[in-house]
Design a protein around this ligand. Structure first.
Ligand SMILES: Cc1cc2nc3c(=O)[nH]c(=O)nc-3n(C[C@H](O)[C@H](O)[C@H](O)COP(=O)(O)O)c2cc1C
Length: 236
């Protein structure tokens, strides 16, 4: 695992296994181009067992985790893409509607970075829409994960599920796997409930794509920037 930096972009080699927590943290970033190679059954079993060590409010463990591979993954990708083409998301959760100006700039920069490496012109709405649809194809990942809850949706449930997601993503690095958390996969909960035979009371909070990253894909290699600790962290 190596890292190089150009003027404003850091590129990280996404192949290899993280053997320390620090390596996992420093080499985890969102992977949006996967090898089709399936994840070994033993790896899935180990990873998802260990992921349940994530902390939660009073150990309430509000999550249910649905790991979808193989033919069902393919079917769900088709259904989600078809649904996304038809119209607006109707998530179970409230998606944020407004952001502070500096966050908007970071979000804009991310979009520009992704479109840049994907070779998409900013004005090419069709190409941007098609790339957005890749969310629902799990960016080619062999495994899709849907995190649901039967708990009443609130702020702390979201925190707990955030803790779960990050535990899963960091652990994935210790198996050489990449991932991307996706609010997009909560856009059409009725499709998820119907395909996974879930009850109406099971709400879809977030999803995640999981698999072995394509090593030579520029989409995978760039590291998004972070603010410096001097601007964010206060030591007393
Ligand atoms: C709650 C959450 C939802 C996200 N939803 C999406 C999504 O729907 N599609 C996507 O491509 N990336 C999604 N991301 C990934 C973020 O864009 C990414 O984490 C952020 O830009 C930082 O980059 P990094 O993960 O590469 O470090 C999401 C991340 C989080 C934490």
């Amino acid at each position: 695992m190596t890292s190089t930096e150009t003027k404003d972009t850091e590129f990280v080699d996404v192949t290899g296994i993280a053997t320390t927590v620090e390596q996992a943290v420093l080499t985890r970033h969102s992977i949006r181009d996967y090898q089709s190679k399936p994840i070994e059954e033993k790896v899935l079993q180990d990873l998802f067992q260990k992921s349940l060590r994530a902390p939660s409010w009073k150990n309430s463990q509000p999550w249910k985790v649905h790991v979808v591979s193989g033919a069902r993954r393919d079917k769900m990708a088709n259904l989600l893409v078809e649904r996304a083409k038809k119209g607006e998301p109707i998530p179970d959760t409230v998606w944020p509607a407004s952001f502070p100006a500096n966050a908007k700039k970071r979000m804009f920069d991310l979009g520009m970075k992704i479109y840049g490496v994907a070779g998409i012109e900013r004005k090419d709405k069709e190409a941007r829409d098609n790339f957005m649809l890749r969310n629902f194809e799990f960016f080619g990942a062999p495994t899709a994960v849907f995190i649901t809850t039967e708990f009443e949706l609130n702020f702390y449930i979201a925190l707990d599920i955030g803790c779960y997601l990050n535990t899963l993503m960091l652990l994935a690095r210790s198996y050489g796997l990449g991932s991307v958390p996706q609010a997009a996969l909560s856009a059409f909960p009725e499709v998820v409930r119907s395909e996974l035979n879930l009850s109406e009371s099971e709400k879809v909070v977030c999803g995640l794509s999981l698999g072995y990253p394509k090593a030579d894909s520029d989409l995978n290699r760039f590291h998004t920037p972070r603010e410096s600790s001097g601007d964010i962290v206060t030591f007393y």
